[in-house]
Design a protein around this ligand. Structure first.
Ligand code: GAP
Length: 453
């Protein structure tokens, strides 16, 4: 097995070549750090989301789902602290009119990173740093006036806090319980970049877990372990993951403790997901600003308290990037170089490709019939164009774990071969048991072949 050969450039190029992710608005020259997901990217991201929901909803009975609005009452962001504190320090250059993050410039000046300034740093005529709010502003209704200003949400979390009372009433849940949400968030990032790692429009998968105050530490540890398990269970190599607790100077305005799950991207160790103990900050703030009581009352004992919140906050795009990076591999088959995505089968955009060996002798007709049956149960793809070797390579590059080949023997005895993407082993099975066999393989425990034996 090849050692790590992955670079960000290879991922970007594979994503474009194979229809996972395209630069957005390309025909107009592109829009910096904006991306569109193509067919296989959509299938892959759907699987990332679905497996997150499965871990949150299907495998537990203490979490419920929400899909809240992107534009919420503007007071939300006053209460949450985002209007005052969700900022980056910026400097402007009076000469070239470019804008930099103050902390990024320091890096440039000390020589660790080349300046992005076309006129080079010594010519810069910089303003004093000032705080720049990262929220995207918009107006509600046709008139831009005071009171009509609203914001695109910079995190999905606040929609959950706004609905806390509704959930206490309808869900028959009491702390400890969680509310989960997946959806788009928007941040006017000053230094987006590194492909889909940091963009201005991205998708979050967040869950707010409401607990009795004296249980907060226990649940914080619980969610650190659970979330690490989710990534490794989906094939991420454990030595490419680590937990990093935030120092006091790094904590967000709402956080009592945060640990990042970091992944070893080709650009180095970077945050993949943040797990925070938000204490009672959000519910208390929204109670204060809305005048509504946001607390839990135990009707039997009369006990009342403001629950504390443990929040695992993940990014769907960033997780997808980590899965791609971790799965990327190159090897050689019969003297020919192959690129292969060794994705966990449950993540793979396509589970099975159905390929007639040749485009004659009744093989395409039988292959299409096999595909018709499989597609009812699995994401399957039919492909008859080109040499069989090239078709295998194409499926390897999009991470399809199994290829079913229909050959002359298939017409005689109604059997087909299943080729395994990773081991390249081919086994012959009866068409009548093919779907069961593939579903059993999909459910079976899986270990990244990049881990070695
Ligand atoms: N509610 C807490 C919160 O939003 P965060 O650490 O700012 O915490 C959580 O964001 C996750 O969202 C990050 O770990 C990352 O995966 C993803 N994320 C944040 N900003 C992003 C961006 N600009 N582009 C892509 N993903 C981003």
């Amino acid at each position: 097995m090849a050692t790590d050969v992955v670079t960000m450039d290879k991922i970007v190029s594979l994503c474009k070549r194979r229809g996972f992710v395209f630069p957005s608005s390309e025909i107009y020259g592109g829009l910096g750090s904006s991306y569109d997901y193509g067919h296989y990217g959509v299938l892959l991201k759907n699987n990332v989301r679905a497996l997150w929901w499965k871990a949150m909803l299907q495998e537990r009975d203490d979490i419920v789902a929400l899909d809240s609005a992107i534009i919420q009452h503007p007071k939300t962001w006053e209460a949450s602290g985002h209007l005052a504190s969700f900022t980056d320090p910026l400097v402007d250059c009076r000469t070239c009119k470019l804008r930099f993050r103050a902390d990024d410039l320091q890096e440039a000046a000390c020589g660790r990173k080349p300046s992005k300034h076309p006129g080079e740093t010594p010519d810069c005529d910089l303003t004093e740093p000032r705080e720049f709010n990262l929220m995207f502003e918009t107006t509600i209704g046709p008139v831009r006036e005071e009171g009509a200003i609203a914001y695109l949400r910079p995190e999905t979390a606040q929609g959950i806090f706004l609905n806390f009372r509704n959930y206490l009433q309808f869900s028959r849940k009491k702390p400890p319980f969680g509310i989960a949400q997946v959806g788009k968030s928007f941040r006017n990032e000053i230094t987006p970049g590194n492909f889909i790692f940091r963009t201005r429009e991205f998708e979050q998968m967040e869950m707010e877990f409401f607990v009795p105050p004296d249980q907060a530490e226990h649940w914080f540890e619980h969610w650190l372990a659970e979330r690490m398990r989710w990534y490794t269970g989906l094939g991420i190599r454990p030595d490419h993951l680590r937990l990093r607790p935030h120092g006091p100077e790094e904590l967000s305005h709402y956080s009592r403790a945060t640990s990042d799950i970091e992944y070893l991207f080709p650009i180095g160790w970077r945050e993949l997901e943040g797990i925070a103990n938000r204490g009672d900050y959000d519910l208390t703030q929204h109670a204060l600003h809305s005048g509504q009581k946001l607390e839990y009352v135990d009707t039997a004992s009369g006990e009342r308290y403001v629950p504390h919140v443990i929040e695992p906050a993940a990014g769907a795009d960033r997780a997808l990037l980590a899965f791609l990076v971790d799965a990327y591999d190159e090897d050689e088959i019969e003297g020919e170089r192959r690129t292969v995505l060794r994705l966990h089968p449950q993540l793979a955009p396509v589970k099975v490709a159905v390929l007639p060996l040749v485009r004659r002798d009744g093989q395409p007709e039988l292959a299409r019939a096999v595909w018709q049956e499989l597609k009812e149960r699995l994401q399957a793809e039919y492909d008859e164009g080109g040499a069989i070797g090239r078709r295998y390579r194409r499926q390897d590059e999009i991470g399809t774990p199994w290829a079913v080949t229909i050959d002359h023997q298939s017409l005689e005895d109604h059997t087909v071969t299943i080729r395994d993407r990773d081991t390249l082993a081919q086994v012959r099975v009866a068409i009548s048991s093919l779907a069961d066999e593939l579903e059993a393989r999909l459910r079976a425990p899986w270990r990244s072949p990049k881990l070695g034996s």
